[in-house]
Design a protein. Structure first.
Length: 412
């Protein structure tokens, strides 16, 4: 929106627009700064308002988890639904610094609104009915699934080319047809650079890019069903995984900063044709819009940590965790980096797996548990680790995983 206004003002005065505003790198930084400042500035107002509305966090009962109930006793009335603050600052950055006509922008916007609405409704039902667990888990999962299926069908259906330009995706400018020329003392290699090959949306999304492996895995025919299922799994899985991780002060928000920044870097490099050529990755036209939104998320989560760090003054709740998890899942799909997300978002993956394994073990091993408590961060609390130590160590692991993810750009 702001870019449109700047363009209008400069056309009004017959001047040229400063090219700096068209750079994705500039808009990434401005989006991060904008969301960070808005979150910190509005934080006290939102916290006070939620206190007045008596929107307090619920903790596990002493009957189900006595030790956890004792450890988290002080969190009982801490305001939740703070995800509204994060999503609001991200959306302001979106409207200010992103191209509102771009399909990537529209997909990210719809993801934020749909999953944020599901999370907000779930939080509201928990608070309205004191003994309620919120929205029925099956209904919540169904609504997530409906959205995931819609996005997957939209991206894989041939008609998507009407919305996504056919020249959005190009294969990297590979070095081919190597010819060796011998001289008296020197051997030289000359390279005939291949022309970029444009891909349709369906051709692009039928490819899988695996970290540390240079060439894409192309799936055709019936195997396209696997791509469809993978898309649905990544969106719903990442959304719920972040939700499960959001259990300690600052844990989910801190990890999201690193994941969003690392994934945003990939989006930025894919948007630069020369960098894509140098790194031998796919050039994706306008993927800079994805980078801008991911940096807006990183800035918003960093600002939220100002109030969410130990001891937390506010929690993001399902309103934030479901939407933020969905956004990183959607971004990974648009960039064809689903397997990369499993690396840089390894904390979320392990947290979700710990819950799944705990449930399966309890059900099929005569009520035997693998962990003292799940998700995994509660297991370490049960072992006597202070909450702040658990969070900081998880942050360190998340940073290490993000660095490994970025390193895959060279080790492939």
């Amino acid at each position: 929106m702001l870019l449109i206004l700047i363009k209008y003002l400069y056309s009004l005065f017959n001047s040229s627009i400063p090219s700096v505003f068209s750079y994705a790198s500039t808009r990434m930084l401005l989006a991060a700064i904008t969301s960070l400042i808005i979150t910190i500035f509005l934080g006290p107002f939102v916290i006070k308002k939620l206190y007045v509305m008596k929107i307090g966090q619920k903790i596990r009962s002493k009957e189900t988890c006595p030790l956890l109930a004792e450890l988290h006793e002080k969190k009982k009335d801490t305001p939740t639904m703070g995800g509204i603050l994060i999503l609001f600052s991200m959306l302001i950055s979106l409207f200010l610094w992103m191209d509102l006509t771009n399909i990537f922008t529209l997909i990210l916007l719809s993801t934020t609104l749909w999953l944020g609405l599901i999370g907000a409704l779930d939080d509201y039902l928990k608070l309205k009915h004191k003994n309620s667990k919120g929205m029925p888990s099956k209904l919540k999962f169904f609504l997530q699934l409906v959205f995931s299926v819609f996005i997957a069908l939209f991206l894989l259906w041939p008609s998507a080319d009407r919305f996504i330009k056919k020249d959005f995706f190009s294969r990297p400018l590979a070095k081919e047809n190597i010819t060796k020329i011998k001289t008296e003392n020197v051997k030289m290699n000359t390279f005939k650079t291949a022309k970029p090959v444009n891909l349709t949306a369906k051709e692009y999304f039928s490819r899988l890019y695996v970290p540390f492996y240079k060439k894409p895995i192309v799936l055709k025919g019936f195997f396209i069903v696997f791509i469809f299922l993978l898309m649905v799994f990544v969106i719903t899985g990442s959304s719920n995984a972040v939700n499960l991780t959001d259990g300690l002060d600052g844990l989910a928000a801190g990890c999201l900063v690193m994941v969003a920044a690392a994934l945003g870097l990939f989006a930025f490099l894919s948007n630069h044709i020369q960098m894509a050529k140098y790194l031998n990755i796919l050039y994706i036209e306008h993927s800079g819009e994805i980078a801008v939104y991911l940096f807006a998320m990183a800035g918003a989560c960093l600002g939220f940590l100002w109030y969410n760090g130990f001891p937390a003054q506010i929690f993001m709740g399902d309103t934030g965790s479901l939407a933020l998890g969905g956004v990183i899942g959607i971004s990974a799909i648009l960039l064809r980096r689903e397997f990369l997300l499993a690396i840089i978002g390894g904390i979320f993956v392990v947290e979700a797996l710990s819950v799944i394994l705990q449930v399966l073990s309890y059900r099929y091993r005569n009520k035997k548990r693998i962990f003292l408590c799940s998700p995994l961060h509660h297991h370490f609390e049960y072992k006597g680790w202070p909450e702040s130590k658990v969070v900081i160590r998880f942050w360190i692991i998340s940073l290490l995983l993000a660095i490994i993810g970025v390193a895959t750009l060279k080790f492939q």
